[in-house]
Design a protein around this ligand. Structure first.
Ligand code: 5HC
Ligand code: ZN
Length: 159
């Protein structure tokens, strides 16, 4: 008889998104994204980081101060990185697993790429204008929003 305690697709893909987030150099929020086809094939991965060629050690990681001296001006979000990394794949009807709910800018990119479902884990900026605008666009565009239900598995990653 087959084993029964295998991880389901949602645990698998969110687990990979969480592992991917661990590559982030951001001191406050490490975000991961995993894009999956309707056939449950992984199409792309991304985490938040500085653009290629912009030395992590030469870039600011501050949250406050002169805008030009904060990370916000430069950092590429996990979702955008995952979309850009998938340039050769068709994302129509795909789902994206994200460890943090997408901002309005990534929402635009998600919609334009043809992704039809967002499965999100964290939602700590739920009441920000960015999240409100993202939800507004997702609703208009018919992108499904699904809150991930943590499995409670503790043994998932023991690196
Ligand atoms: N969905 C998201 N994907 C992301 O990749 N990010 C990135 C941008 C920053 O590097 C970091 C947020 O930093 P902080 O404001 O929590 O210190 O996470 C942020 C969000 C939130 O909208
Ligand atoms: Zn974003």
């Amino acid at each position: 008889m087959k084993r029964t305690d295998y991880i389901n697709w949602d645990e698998y893909f969110m687990g990979i998104a969480l592992l991917t987030a661990m590559r982030s150099k951001d001191p406050s929020s490490q975000v991961g994204a995993c894009i999956v086809s309707p056939e449950n094939k992984i199409l792309s991965l991304g985490y938040n980081g500085m653009p290629i060629g912009c030395d992590d050690d030469a870039m600011p990681w501050e949250r406050e101060g002169d805008p030009l001296d904060t990370k916000y001006m430069y950092v590429c979000h996990a979702e955008l990185n995952a979309i850009l990394n998938s340039a050769h794949n068709n994302l129509k009807g795909a789902r994206v697993y994200v460890t943090l709910f997408p901002c309005n800018e990534c929402a635009k990119a998600i919609i334009q790429s043809g992704i039809s479902e967002v499965v999100y884990y964290g939602d700590k900026y739920h009441d920000s204008d960015s999240s409100v605008a993202a939800r507004f666009m997702f609703k208009k565009a018919g992108v499904r929003l699904t809150a991930y239900t943590p499995s409670g598995r503790k043994e998932l990653l023991e690196l």
